[in-house]
Design a protein around this ligand. Structure first.
Ligand code: URA
Length: 475
């Protein structure tokens, strides 16, 4: 090895690029360059100053990859990049491709850097520094790679109107009067606790839902090493200790049926009350109110209210039972496996999802936790009755000409009749809202059938009911 290159900690990419350009210009092979600065070498020369006679063609894809890999913490990153550049120049294979061992390694490194930057953006927490004048903030962060330089541009855009510092063990970024500068890193500074910390912690403790803890997913998304620096996650170990007991309390907090005679009392009470000022006046207002629903205990464990979607003045409303696991996470009805089946049958029946109102009888996911899974549970009558308030508002604002009830829960919600579905399926009944309701199978019922012939037959019936409901809504 005859040449040593010392690269700065900040401005690394430009410095490496400049050195690599000179090295390739002189056709200096990778094994003759020590990119660590020649520490410990007896006789290492710097690279020549001149650009050299050879002009390499550097593809944009390589530069893009290099711009990420360069921030990886592996000391060999600069040497690997130069080796790739050398091979590109000499047309030795394709060192950018995943099929090439070097290409694969570089791509993995780039991905790790991307993840690290993403984590920095998500987990840096600023605390306000005391003092008069312009507000100043500081944060401590321990990235896995040297990502402060590429990662801090995001903060400069986002917090352009304040002064801030992000300190890491290797580098410190300072943003002052609109200018970003970098300085050596150091040990963790003593930062003040501030009010927003308490706010974060309180907020997190409140939204923390023990029924939904997925520790593996949490660790993958927010590695444990970051927990101690985040006000909200410092609480996790304590909250986990209490998790099982809280899940049990939630389970026991199932909706209680009204006492006999309660309906009469509440009817009189409501009649005497002035019109509630917050009665939703539009479908959008109803949705807003439903998002905060606490009418029954299902809201305790579910992630969110899953409101209906589609055309607000649809002629046809399709009502399912309740959101499933996927719907609960995404906040949209019928996006999981049963939803896929339903949407396929709708396409077959000529029902355009954008022209119907697709919703559920119950707006929160009811489940029991089993290990890492959340198992669907059929909603009880009380829960359906509590949620009828919202279904009633959807019916009142959408005013569909035809309603299709999928499954027994929807049939009960819409008609008030809890008789078994099988003999009623395909029949038209009058809903509690006064309009026609066609009863059909729930798509999850189709999915549960293991016999292919039975499954086909039931799917055909569901498709036929969808087509009939569409025609009725159009006529
Ligand atoms: N099953 C339903 O009834 N509704 C959904 O939104 C998803 C599955």
């Amino acid at each position: 090895m005859t040449h040593a290159v010392a690269l700065p900690r900040h401005g690394l990419f430009e410095a490496w690029r400049e050195a690599a350009r000179r090295a390739i210009g002189h056709r200096i092979p990778p094994e003759e360059i020590d990119w660590t600065g020649g520490e410990g070498l007896f006789a290492a020369d710097p690279l020549p100053d001149s650009p050299g006679p050879h002009r390499a063609h550097v593809p944009a894809a390589f530069l893009q990859l290099a711009r990420s890999v360069i921030w990886h913490s592996a000391p060999e990153r600069t040497a690997l990049l130069y080796r790739a550049l050398w091979r590109i120049d000499r047309q030795e294979g394709d060192p950018l491709s995943q099929a090439d061992p070097l290409g694969r390694r570089l791509n993995l490194m780039a991905r790790a850097v991307g993840r690290d930057i993403h984590k920095m953006h998500a987990f840096v927490r600023f605390r306000e520094l005391p003092g008069a004048g312009r507000r100043r903030f500081a944060a401590w962060f321990e990235p896995e790679h040297d990502t402060l330089e590429p990662g801090s541009r995001f903060f400069a855009r986002r917090f352009a109107d304040m002064d801030w510092t992000i300190a890491t063990p290797r580098l410190t970024a300072r943003f002052q009067d609109g200018r970003l500068s970098f300085h050596p890193g150091g040990p963790r500074p003593d930062l003040p606790e501030d009010a927003s910390e308490t706010l974060w912690a309180t907020y997190f403790a409140n939204i923390f839902n023990p029924g939904r803890i997925k520790l593996e997913a949490m660790r993958a998304e927010m590695p444990k090493k970051y927990w101690k620096n985040l006000p909200e996650t410092r609480l996790i170990p304590d909250m986990l200790k209490d998790a099982e007991a809280r899940v049990e309390r939630m389970r026991q907090a199932a909706a209680t049926p009204p006492r006999p005679g309660a309906a009469a009392v509440s009817t009189r009470y409501r009649a005497a009350m002035p019109q509630a000022a917050d009665l939703p006046q539009t479908l959008a207002e109803a949705r807003q109110a439903a998002l905060l629903c606490r009418r029954c205990a299902l809201c305790e464990a579910a992630t969110q209210t899953v409101w209906g979607e589609g055309a607000p003045e649809a002629g046809l409303m399709i009502v399912g039972e309740q959101p499933g696991d996927r719907e609960d996470l995404e906040g949209r009805p019928f996006v999981g496996p049963a939803g896929q089946l339903l949407r396929g049958a709708m396409a077959e029946a000529g029902v355009d999802p954008a022209r119907v109102w697709l919703t559920n009888a119950v707006k929160h996911f009811k489940f029991v936790p089993r290990g890492k899974r959340r198992l669907h549970q059929t909603p009880g009558r009380e829960e359906i009755q509590h949620c009828r308030w919202w279904l009633g508002l959807e019916l009142a604002f959408v005013r569909p000409r035809m309603v299709l009830a999928l499954g027994a829960s929807a049939a009960f919600a819409l008609t008030g009749n809890a008789a078994p579905l099988a003999p009623r399926r395909g029949g038209m009944e009058t809903g509690l809202h006064g309009g026609p309701v066609l009863l059909s199978w729930h798509p999850a019922h189709v999915l549960r059938l293991t016999d292919p012939a039975a499954r086909q037959a039931v799917l055909r019936e569901l498709t036929a009911d969808l087509a009939r409901a569409r025609q009725a809504a159009e006529s």
